[in-house]
Ligand binder design. Structure first.
Ligand code: NG6
Ligand code: CA
Length: 488
């Protein structure tokens, strides 16, 4: 017997929402063992969805992971690295992207939140429409934090124009020389600061917080950090309300839990871990706003939500918010070794939940998956072929993403300051005979590279403590061959 409701939901394309949290570690959510902060909305998604234990961002920093997510291409192919706030767009607008592919499949596409993929093609004029950005990459609608919360300009862009810009107070940005008449600097006016920082974040002060870079003008356009979660959630839920009758793709890219971690008063002291825990609670609230909006518009049932993060956790990334001191027993990376910037597992092994009531059975999956595969997997889901030269590194694992199969990738690349490669539960780390970059040494993070080969068996040693490279020359040979093939 055909049940009419099921028949229709099987035929109609699901809405797709990627909730992309910034710097959230594997262990930072309740269902994965968080201590000291509660994440009821994320836990609810996990309870009614599929919780992945071995799904990865493609890199252990932001820009490279986002680049791979949207292009299906490894970041090294384009030398994608962390970008400054005035960097040019790094996605080739002639190539197909994930949102362009979904547009062809009839989707309305929107991005709300952190961008950090560059804008324009050289010198950006912040006082007019910026000519290269999300629109040219395939998003019909955009509302952006241009780079990161700790980089100028601290203004929102809606459809590539600064929100509340004023021609009489034009915006100038510099990542080099100081700007005459620009905002005061953290290193000269520490008395103006709400939160102190390391020397790298002592540039322009806006809203009482010093950032990387110099900025002048745009006084009425400056964001208030404490309101960011509300502004972004409102824009995301409006997009859902507006597009509820189309299939839509929303890339909701939260600012939380990146620094500066300045929680709204609603969330201050909602954890026992200080600002870092409070913004985890704030992030969780944003997730709840999205599910509530989907429910309200009656589209939750047929919406595929993918909740995940761009790179591993970091405690001290430059702002003095006592994340280390207040951590307690909480383990941001779960049992995994490493952090943001690291090639060890916690650098890329992300909290990952897939929720689609109409199609996905609740449960857990240990399939080995990479976000670079979402492109080909979603293309398969919506019956789109992948254009020539597009998404060269993306594999179709839609059955694994939807829990119909436990089999994911045979090999998985982890990009960091060196390369990691997974083959089942083997983990190989390419040697690198260079000193750790200076600023990394100040972050209490081990980026994981050594001058000798590292090999771990994650079955027996999930925390990558025992390097067994010497005992397994044949495994190393196979993995090095594969890595060479990928990197050539
Ligand atoms: C680093 C910044 C750090 C953070 C990171 C980007 C310094 C010393 N550190 O270069 O503060 O902004 O870039 O984080 O400048 S990410 O999540 O967007 O990759
Ligand atoms: Ca990040």
């Amino acid at each position: 017997m055909l049940i009419p409701f099921l028949a229709s939901s099987q035929n109609s394309k699901p809405n797709i929402v990627i909730i992309y949290v910034d710097d959230l570690g594997y262990g930072d959510i309740g269902v994965n063992g968080a201590i000291g902060v509660k994440t009821p909305n994320v836990d609810e998604l996990a309870k009614n969805g599929l919780n992945f234990t071995d799904a990865h961002s493609s890199a252990s920093t932001c820009t490279p992971s986002r680049y791979s997510l949207l292009t299906g291409s490894y970041a090294f192919r384009n030398n994608a690295a962390i970008l400054e706030g005035d960097a040019p767009l790094i996605i080739d607008t002639k190539k197909e992207t994930l949102p362009k592919m979904l547009q062809k499949a009839g989707y309305k596409t929107g991005v709300v939140g952190k961008w950090h993929l560059g804008l324009g093609n050289g010198k950006i004029d912040w006082n007019n429409r910026i000519d290269l950005g999300p629109k040219e990459v395939g998003f019909d609608y955009s509302f952006l934090i241009p780079a990161t919360g700790d980089r100028v300009p601290t203004v929102f862009l809606e459809n590539q124009r600064v929100v509340n810009s004023n021609p009489n107070d034009p915006i100038t940005v510099s990542y080099g020389a100081r700007i005459d008449g620009g905002y005061p600097l953290g290193r000269e006016n520490p008395e103006m600061l709400k939160m102190h920082t390391d020397p790298y974040h002592q540039g322009a002060i806006t809203n009482g917080i010093s950032r990387i870079g110099h900025m002048k003008g745009g006084k009425e356009a400056l964001w208030i950090d404490e309101k960011i979660p509300f502004v972004l959630s409102e824009k995301a839920t409006s997009f859902i309300a507006e597009e509820k009758d189309n299939p839509f793709f929303l890339y909701f890219s939260l600012h939380d839990i990146h620094q500066p971690r300045i929680a709204n008063i609603k969330f201050v002291e909602s954890s026992t871990m200080g600002p870092r825990g409070d913004v985890i609670a704030q992030m969780d609230w944003c997730v709840g706003e999205i599910t509530k909006a989907l429910k309200k518009q009656n589209v939750l049932e047929n919406t595929l939500i993918i909740f995940t993060s761009d790179n591993g956790p970091i405690l001290d990334d430059g702002y003095l918010d006592y994340a280390i001191e207040l951590l307690g027993e909480h383990k941001p990376g779960g049992t995994y070794r490493g952090a943001k910037y690291s090639v060890y597992e916690a650098g890329t092994r992300m909290p990952t939940i897939v929720h689609w009531p109409a199609k996905v059975q609740p449960g857990k999956s240990d399939a080995l998956l990479s976000q670079v595969d979402l492109y080909a997997s979603l293309a398969s889901l919506v019956n789109q072929k992948i254009e020539k030269e597009a998404a060269p590194d993306s594999e179709n694992h839609i059955d694994a993403w939807l829990g119909k199969s436990k089999k994911g990738r045979e090999f998985l690349l982890e990009e960091a300051f060196t390369y990691g490669l997974r083959m089942g539960n083997w983990k190989y780390i390419k040697p690198k005979n260079k000193p750790v970059p200076g600023w990394i040494t100040q972050k209490f993070v081990d980026p994981g590279f050594r001058k000798e080969i590292q090999l771990f068996n994650l079955d027996k040693d999930p925390s990558e403590e025992n390097n067994i490279a010497e005992n397994h020359p044949e495994i190393i040979k196979k993995m090095e061959q594969k890595l060479q093939e990928i990197l050539k």
